[in-house]
Write a protein that binds this ligand. Sequence first.
Ligand code: SUG
Length: 458
Amino acid sequence: MASLLDTSTSSTCEAREFNFDGLVGPSHHHAGLASGNVASMRHRGTVSNPRLAALQGLEKMLALHRRGVPQAILPPLSRPNLRLLRQLGFRGNDAAVLAEAAHADQRLLSAAYSASSMWVANAATVSPAADSADGKMHFTPANLSAKLHRSIEHPDTTRLLRAIFADPARFVVHDAVPGATSLGDEGAANHTRLTAGHGLPGVQLFVYGGETFGAEPSARQRFDSRQYDEASRAVARLHCLDSSRVLFGKQSAAAIDAGVFHNDVIAVGNLDTLFYHEAAFEDESGLIGALRRSCEAVGFTLRAIRVDSREVSLDDAVSTYLFNSQLLRDAQGRTLIVVPQECLELPASRHYLEAISTPGGAVDEVLSFDLRESMRNGGGPACLRLRVVLDDGQAAAIRANVFFSEELHARLTDWVCRHYRDRLLPQDLADPALLDEIRRALQELETILALPGFYAES
Ligand code: SUG
């Protein structure tokens, strides 16, 4: 078999990066569960539209698929998570458990019903085979231990990834890193891979906010870190990465306090390019210098696009999610930047995007999407996708019907329109009819996606 490290490989061995987008689940609502995430906190208790949320996500997938960007889908996890509520001492049949939980604390019910698995950038960290000493692709599901509603995701995420990436000769899906606060791991949202080509060896940058064995955060820090250095280091070891091609960088405390709860709110990389705000890292020049040297050692030159605060302030970066964009190369080799429409509504980010997309600029085209339902919970275009580099053999080994097509889009749109409500408030979650509606929907979904039994086991 030709090695992926071989740049002269035939086209059958050429690797492409797939964006696996999270399909928004039918219980999407705004519960304000994520302190440190200013959009989530601001929209607590407001009415959501799960149907629109799912359709907005599908619209983005379709548009990128039509541009020739390899696109796939990850289904939502089963909700409500009754296992959580039973573990917390609520008893009786399912309806009784929901009623008791609603009576005790509405937020527990919201946690059990949260559709947060849609933000699949937090599902796992992924390392392509080209970077791993054993020549396999590695996944480590994120423990998401910082927030209750997210900490319950990883057992089912692990099952899901093992069901999709099932071939043990090609894929390794690890267990999540143990879930202490000081081992918090939030997955690919804090991880960027830089490379000259998706199938070629790359440099992996892990960004953390907290230090497992460091001092307590100073009293001046407003929000806690969600990603810890030792969790990132564990993932790098699990993935059999070459330590000379791995870097660990610290987020700036100012960024976390401004609402950068994941590094992908302030930086995004693609191929040889890192697009970031000057306030992203604690030691910007040290980190970018080290990154440049690592990229040179692998054989390519880092293209760093740095945005300073006079161009776009830190607060504007957080409110527009300019950096939570997807930087993509389309089938014609053009560079696209996929942004939420909020970026075009604020003059600073709009002017910035206009400037970089003029002829000869860093990008060829700006694509904006209305993702407002997800944005109200702090999830932009980049949060909604997990990047997975696959060569033809790896792609062929995936039996689930998760690769995007016009047909899959049509089937999922029809499925969403038949099963999803168009209005949901946190207090509606106590309605036992919602549980039945969601169960029926998910049962049908596992057939559409050829993932037999996935929801039955949840
Ligand atoms: O973990 N929001 C998610 C948003 C995740 C965004 N992901 C990335 N940046 N990659 C979070 O904070 C809000 C749920 C609520 O409040 O109902 C929430 O979980």
